[in-house]
Design a protein around this ligand. Structure first.
Ligand code: PHB
Length: 548
């Protein structure tokens, strides 16, 4: 790509939008517009327009004065993780190693003078720090940085020294624990040792009690990452961890290097589904006018269009995928490359790990209840009755999120409340989603007691009801758990289509007929479930999202 002056050709609103997104991320995922003005040096009106645009894209929610990162923003980081191919290629071997050793295993890639986590297989953790996908550790902290620094040039070392001088307390690394700054003193020695031995140890460099052993994984075209086994001094000293784990970790690395090399040979492939970026940006511009920065939306759309099918697309492929003119895509890519979010090689583009600084890392610990809460709140605003989310827990349902209005039950329901699954709408929606043999097994086992005059206690009738619910996609329960109480529930499915939770709206049974209630409640309830699922599927693509 012929470039005269990248800064002069850069897309201004994209540059400014990325700065705002980075600042919200650096602040941990929540920041007021006033603070963002100070962080970025941008005018208040510019910050407001950027936030309107990001809100329209559903990348942030506005909560009072604050902009709060929302799960859809994770599609940017997902685009990097998919295009890098590392989680898909090496993640399964890391997961198997974690299972075999019963210790945490993580994978990190070099990112500037740091190590960026791209995969985590967590196990029992006695540590207070727990890193997640997207987190960035300074290279001098931990075992992986020392390995990655083996490949550093003199310019890389100079950059590291400059950063050390400018940021001795690691303020630029929000997840680095306070004590970690001391690790710098031994860094060059540890890099030299890693060069000699081919492995590196973290003997409580990051945190007392935390020990880790890391090995490099070398890929095609000079790419590299590091894989580490993390343990605790209650189980291992650094030395015993190395002696116990090194042979097994070496086997895993050999397997990873083989898989990585084979993949590169096979790369290429499928056409990209159109992403609809161009149409959506046009529609939003029409709807919001000057408050919507179309070129910011387009630039983010170009970034989100990277995926795993074509890890290194050309400009033409990205133009086809986004529906944007080539000249527009070219200027976006130029801007993204200038800022370090994209690398260019032989006319092919690849997102860089730095993309994970655009909203991903603060959301890597999301849970399903946290994802659900704003959607349940919106639902309650619409239907004016309480809404909840529950999961199956043994033969019970357990509430994991609740947005109440008036209290209509004799018992107060809070997060953690349990009811027998068979007598509740959420329980039935959950049971109906189980594979047939498991559903039958549970019905045969469950003790079906009448809780009101209307509770269905016949296993045959219940089985027929569950079939019906599976077919209709919702459950309606009238006064079977408590007199006067009606509840309507729908399932929430994960990326693989498994029912992982249910959401409901509960109301007085006497206020209107069941048909009227269904007509009023079911459409907004379904919309809420779809919105929760959409967020869950984005958030859960590369990170495990706990259900409760
Ligand atoms: C981790 O995955 O939490 C980890 C990895 C390497 C370290 C320290 C922690 O050196």
């Amino acid at each position: 790509m012929p470039v005269s002056d990248p800064a002069a050709e850069a897309v201004g609103p994209l540059v400014r939008g990325l700065a705002v997104l980075r600042a919200v991320t650096a602040a941990g995922g929540r920041r007021s517009a006033g603070d963002l003005v100070r962080d970025t040096g941008l005018a208040r009106s510019t910050v407001d327009r950027v936030l309107s645009t990001l809100e329209r894209l559903e990348y942030v929610r506005i909560d009072g004065r604050d902009a709060v990162l929302a799960p859809p923003v994770m599609e940017l980081g997902n685009a990097y993780l998919a295009a890098s191919r590392l989680p898909a290629l090496l993640g399964p071997a890391a997961d198997r190693l974690a299972d075999a050793l019963d210790e945490s295993v993580s994978i990190a890639v070099p990112d500037g003078d740091g190590a960026r986590f791209v995969h985590q297989a967590p196990r029992r953790r006695a540590m207070s720090v727990a890193f997640g996908v997207g987190d960035l550790l300074p290279a001098e902290c931990g075992a992986m940085g020392a390995l990655l620094a083996v490949d550093w040039t003199e310019a890389d070392w100079a950059r590291w020294r400059e950063r050390r001088a400018a940021d001795p307390d690691l303020r630029g690394f929000p997840v680095a624990p306070p004590g970690a700054a001391g690790a710098a003193a031994s860094f060059t020695e540890r890099v030299a040792a890693a060069r000699r031995t081919g492995w590196a140890l973290d003997d409580q460099l990051i945190e007392p009690g935390l020990v880790a052993l890391a090995l490099p994984v070398r890929g095609p075209a000079g790419r590299a990452c590091a894989v580490s086994v993390v343990s605790h001094t209650s189980r291992h000293t650094a030395g015993s961890l190395r002696d116990a784990m090194l042979p097994r970790l070496r086997e895993t690395v050999a397997e990873m290097e083989r898989i990585w090399a084979e993949d590169e040979a096979r790369s290429g492939g499928a056409e990209r589904e159109p992403t609809g970026t161009a149409e959506r940006a046009r529609e939003s511009k029409l709807a919001l006018g000057p408050e919507f920065l179309q070129s910011l939306a387009r630039g983010l759309g170009v970034l989100a269009a990277f995926d795993g099918h074509r890890p290194e697309p050309t400009l033409a492929v990205l133009a086809q995928a986004t529906g944007l003119p080539r000249a527009t895509v070219r200027r976006c890519l130029l801007t993204l490359a200038h800022l370090g979010y994209v690398t260019v090689r032989d006319g092919r583009f690849r997102p860089a790990p730095r993309v994970l600084d655009l909203g991903f890392a603060p959301l890597n610990g999301l849970t399903l209840p946290r994802i659900a809460r704003p959607h349940l709140a919106r639902l309650v605003d619409r239907v004016r009755d309480s809404a909840s989310m529950a999961v199956l827990d043994g033969d019970d349902i357990r509430y994991v999120a609740r947005v109440p209005t008036v209290r209509i039950m004799s018992v107060e329901i809070t997060v953690g409340t349990r009811f027998p699954a068979y007598a509740t709408s959420m329980g039935r929606a959950l049971l109906a989603g189980l594979p047939e043999p498991e559903r039958a097994g549970r019905l045969a086992r469950a003790e079906l007691r009448p809780l009101t005059r209307r509770t269905v206690t016949s296993p045959e009738r219940l089985a027929a009801l569950l079939d019906r619910i599976a077919h209709d996609g919702y459950a309606l329960v009238e006064e079977e758990l408590e007199e006067g109480l009606r509840s309507i529930a729908v399932p929430v499915r994960d990326r693989d289509g498994r029912v992982v939770a249910a959401v409901n709206v509960s109301s007085h049974a006497g206020r209107r007929s069941a048909e009227e209630a269904l007509a009023a409640v079911l459409p907004p309830l379904r919309e809420a479930a779809v919105a929760i699922e959409r967020d869950l599927h984005v958030a859960g693509r590369f990170v495990r999202v706990p259900v409760g």
